[in-house]
Design a protein around this ligand. Structure first.
Ligand code: FAD
Ligand code: NAD
Length: 154
């Protein structure tokens, strides 16, 4: 099995798209991620998976906090920007919730404290305990077979 086959298989799982944000010594860092899931309701836990190659890994290991910003379908440029895929920069507007940077107009801003971290293969899975939430109306940005799309409701 080669890596492309694995990625193609994982790409069959349609996801939303998030930008993970954190702050270390007043320096804000953001990164696009689709490896996100809800883990537990009591206590309220979520999981993200961060590559060992991503600068974000050291940032979260230092800050012990992160925000999951679930993008709307009007924020594809932000997804590309925070994946380092846009040559021209976009203007990014952060707001602050509970002293953490959050992406304005995201469908959800999920503010977390790191509860635990598991190094697994070439990624670290962070379990976050949710401390604050903000929701905004809108339609989600979707990611399927390595491409962006929209969600059509029945
Ligand atoms: P960089 O590559 O340095 O930063 C990413 C981009 O964000 C750069 O363009 C940078 O200029 C910009 N940026 C950062 N902070 C700020 C700021 N404060 N203000 C303005 N711009 C800023 N990787 C994973 O590890 N896990 C995943 O779940 C994952 N899912 C992905 C899903 C999708 C749909 C895509 C497209 C990519 C995904 N990636 C994932 C890959 C990951 O997004 C990229 O490898 C990313 O470039 C890694 O970011 P970095 O932390 O190394 O920082
Ligand atoms: P792709 O075809 O590479 O991705 C399809 C699916 O494969 C993704 O949704 C993800 O589930 C999985 N995947 C891809 N790269 C992975 C990795 N390094 N580790 C674990 N799972 C991975 O889609 P694409 O449009 O070519 O992706 C753009 C870039 O973003 C690529 O460099 C890709 O590696 C990266 N990416 C990384 C992750 C991740 O690290 N978890 C997730 C998605 C995309």
């Amino acid at each position: 099995m080669d890596d492309r086959l694995f990625r193609n298989a994982m790409g069959k799982f349609a996801t939303g798209v998030t930008v993970i944000t954190t702050k270390v010594d007043e320096h804000i860092h953001g990164m696009t991620a689709n490896a996100f899931m809800s883990v537990s309701l009591n206590p309220r836990l979520v999981a993200i998976s961060i590559s060992e190659k991503a600068k974000m890994l050291e940032k979260i290991n230092n800050s012990k906090r992160f925000v999951v910003n679930i993008l709307s379908n009007e924020q594809k440029n932000l997804s590309m920007h925070f994946a380092g895929q846009l040559i021209e920069g976009v203007s990014v507007e952060f707001e602050t919730i509970d002293d953490m940077p959050v992406i304005k107009n995201a469908l959800a801003n999920i503010i977390c404290n790191v509860k635990s971290a598991y190094v697994e293969g070439d990624h670290t899975v962070f379990i976050g305990e949710v401390t604050e939430l903000k929701l905004t109306d809108g339609e989600p940005l979707a990611f399927f077979e390595g491409k962006y799309g929209k969600v059509v409701k029945d």
